[in-house]
Every structure is written in structure tokens, then in C-alpha cells.
Ligand binder design. Structure first.
Ligand code: GDP
Length: 366
């Protein structure tokens, strides 16, 4: 190759590299100097984003929520399970040990009769199957606890009606037990299952109660039917269910006043709410909300409410605030109906469907 040709090639290469550098610099400057956004266009986009992402909340994934709630249950109820395991783990199970087991169960609000029966069966099984092996003893305890908690109850919420009617869920209980919170949480869970839900604020005695319910509804994009303050609770319940039928809702959740079970007039009114609603559609579920921290008092409430309305399921709230999880067993015995949900905190997703095996495993931390 001649020298002049070589010079030409080198010069050409230099020119190409320089050109590349200049073009690169230009492109990068251009991308940095984008014109400011047109305010009108920006506003339109903002509006679209607002429309696409309304402030309505989506409940937490059920799976994640259950794992979190199980950990919380284990934290509050662990002492019951660990207490029983510690006694069963001893070398000898003498009378004193069995008395301690009895005391532990009674202290956890299991109730006298279920405690006696439970101890009877556990003693017999451990005598036959041997209590020496702690792993075996724990398995027997787990098995018997699951049995006493009742694995055969149908614990599903009847949230849909027959013949094209909506499911009508009436939520009852004494003031402060967590009724409104429960209605709100169930609404969230149903919305997460893509069900259409309507709320009925049949607690017309306190405007604050209807406001609280409506706020729950608004958070998950659910409408609340309200009546005038001091108005007839039965007609609010009726109106909500009527609208639910006319507009094809899947479920109508009716929050009722926290009438004191000692006041006969108020209890009669609760019976009337149910009767009036049933003129147009069957009530598919009556959930009685009981505060787990109230012990015997909760059981008395359960008895009185079940005389006025046919309770079909129990919601045991505030189980996070007590180690007395045995109330699950006692209240089911008292009413013969299952605990369907447990409340394990004040958060929006802190209501869990009750599952006996999960419950016992949380007690025993297995
Ligand atoms: P209502 O009067 O029966 O409607 O009761 P509310 O729904 O207003 O609840 C009364 C209080 O109990 C509120 O402060 C709730 O946050 C609280 N609460 C409800 N459920 C639970 C629960 O499972 N755990 C705890 N720790 N607090 C709860």
C-alpha cells in the first residue's frame, strides 16, 4: 500500500471517529433538553392516572394475611399450648399434673364441661398409647384439641342467596365488641373476591356508627344505605335489602345497633329487624360478634342473642388481646354454632376465617 493511500485511510478513520463524537454529543444534549411538558397535556394525564388509580383500597392477599395472623395468634395463645406441653413433657403424669392441666384449660376459658371431657379422653388415650414419648404425646394432644375445637363444623359464610336473591348477612352483638369493624372487614374480603356488596346501617341510634360504616364502605368502594338518625332500624334493613335485590347485588351486609342484651325492648327491636327484612328475602347468615376478652360475660350475651335471632355463626374479636383462646370451644358449646371468623387486631385486614387445625397448630406452635 502506498504512503498516500495509507494517509488517506487514516484521515478517513479520524474523520469518521470525530463525526461519531459530534453526533453523540448532539443526541445526548437533545435528550437532556426536552421541552417542558405542555401544562394542558400534563393535566389530562394526571386526570387519567387519577381515574385509573382511585383511592379505593384493595385488601391484602388472603395468603399473606393468614400467615401474618397465624403468627399473631401464636403470640397471643402460645402460653396455653406451651403450658399444656410443658406439663405433658414431665416424666410422670400424676394427679397433680392432671390438676394443672385442668387449671390451665379453665384459665383459658375452655369451660368446665368441655375441660372435663377433654381431660377424660386425653388421659385414656395417653394411658393406652403411652405418654413417655414427648413427640407422641404432643401428637395426641394436637389431635384431641382439634377434635374439641370441632373440625366438622361448616364455617363458610353464606354470602349469596338462593333464587337470584342477594345473600343477607345480619351482624349483631353488644356495643364495642367490634360489629362495625367486622362488617367493614367482611365487605373488604368479599370485594377482594369480586363480589358486589351493599351495606345497611341499621344502627340508627348513633349517627357516628353509620358514619363509621360508611367510611369503611367508601374505602373499598361499597355503598351504604342509611336512614335518618333515630329512625326505624328495621326499615333501613328492609330498604338496604330491597335495593340489593333490585340492583342485583351479591351480598347485603346489615350492621345493627349494639343493643344491650339486658334491655328487653331493644332486643325485641333486633328481632323485628330480622322479621321485617325476611318479608322480602331470607337472611342467609346471622353473625354474632363477641369480644374474646369478656369471658363469661361474652357467653351470657351469646345465650341472650341466640334467643332473639337464630345465630348461625360467631365472630370472636380481640383474640389478640387475650390468652384465653379456649373461649372458642366454650362459645361453640354454648350456642351449638361455629366460630366463623376471629379478629386478631385493629387493622383493616385483621379478620381471619377460623380454621381449627390452624388454630391448634398456632397454640402448639407446630
Ligand atoms: P361496635 O360498637 O360493636 O360496632 O364496635 P366497633 O366496630 O366500633 O369496634 C370497637 C373497637 O374494637 C374499635 O376500636 C375496634 O378497632 C376494636 N376492635 C375490633 N375488632 C378488634 C380485634 O380483633 N382486635 C382488637 N385489638 N381490636 C378490635
Amino acid at each position: 500500500m502506498s504512503i498516500s493511500l495509507l494517509t488517506f485511510v487514516v484521515a478517513l478513520a479520524v474523520v469518521v471517529v470525530l463525526l461519531g463524537v459530534v453526533v453523540g454529543v448532539l443526541i445526548s444534549r437533545q435528550s437532556k433538553e426536552l421541552p417542558p411538558p405542555d401544562p394542558d397535556v400534563a393535566e389530562q394525564i394526571d386526570e387519567q392516572v387519577a381515574e385509573q388509580a382511585p383511592t379505593i383500597e384493595r385488601p391484602e392477599e388472603p395468603r399473606g394475611s393468614l400467615i401474618r395472623l397465624r403468627a399473631r395468634l401464636a403470640r397471643s395463645q402460645g402460653s396455653l399450648g406451651q403450658g399444656l406441653l410443658a406439663i405433658l413433657g414431665r416424666d410422670r403424669l400424676d394427679e397433680a399434673a392432671w390438676e394443672e392441666i385442668e387449671d390451665t384449660l379453665l384459665a383459658a376459658d375452655v369451660g368446665v364441661v368441655p375441660t372435663q371431657e377433654f381431660i377424660e379422653t386425653l388421659r385414656t388415650r395417653l394411658r393406652v398409647e403411652g405418654a413417655q414419648d414427648p413427640v407422641r404425646a404432643k401428637a395426641v394432644l394436637r389431635d384431641e384439641l382439634i377434635k374439641v375445637v370441632g373440625p366438622d363444623f361448616d364455617r363458610s359464610l353464606v354470602s349469596t342467596g338462593a333464587d337470584g336473591n342477594p345473600g343477607v348477612v345480619l351482624v349483631v352483638g353488644v356495643n364495642g365488641t367490634g360489629k362495625t369493624t367486622t362488617v367493614g372487614r367482611i365487605a373488604r374480603a368479599l370485594v377482594a373476591e369480586d363480589k358486589t356488596v351493599l351495606l345497611g346501617a341499621a344502627d340508627t341510634f348513633r349517627a357516628a356508627a353509620a358514619d363509621q360504616l360508611q367510611t369503611w364502605g367508601e374505602r373499598v368502594g361499597v355503598l351504604t344505605v342509611r336512614g335518618p338518625e333515630g329512625g326505624d332500624p328495621a326499615s333501613v334493613g328492609f330498604e338496604a335489602v330491597k335495593r340489593g335485590m333490585e340492583e342485583g347485588f351479591d351480598t347485603v351486609l346489615v350492621d345493627t345497633a349494639g343493643r344491650l342484651h339486658t334491655k328487653a325492648g331493644l332486643m325485641d327491636e333486633l328481632g323485628k329487624v330480622k322479621r321485617v327484612i325476611e318479608k322480602i328475602a331470607p337472611v342467609t347468615e346471622v353473625l354474632l360478634v363477641i369480644d374474646a376478652t369478656t369471658g363469661q360475660n361474652g357467653l351470657t350475651q351469646a345465650r341472650v342473642f341466640s334467643e332473639v335471632v337464630d345465630v348461625s355463626g360467631i365472630v370472636l374479636t380481640k383474640l389478640d388481646g387475650t390468652a384465653k383462646g379456649g373461649i372458642v370451644i366454650a362459645v361453640q358449646r354454648e350456642l351449638g354454632v361455629p366460630v366463623k371468623f376471629v379478629g386478631l387486631g385493629e387493622g383493616v385486614d385483621d379478620l381471619a376465617p377460623f380454621d381449627p387445625t390452624e388454630f391448634v397448630d398456632a397454640l402448639l406452635d407446630t
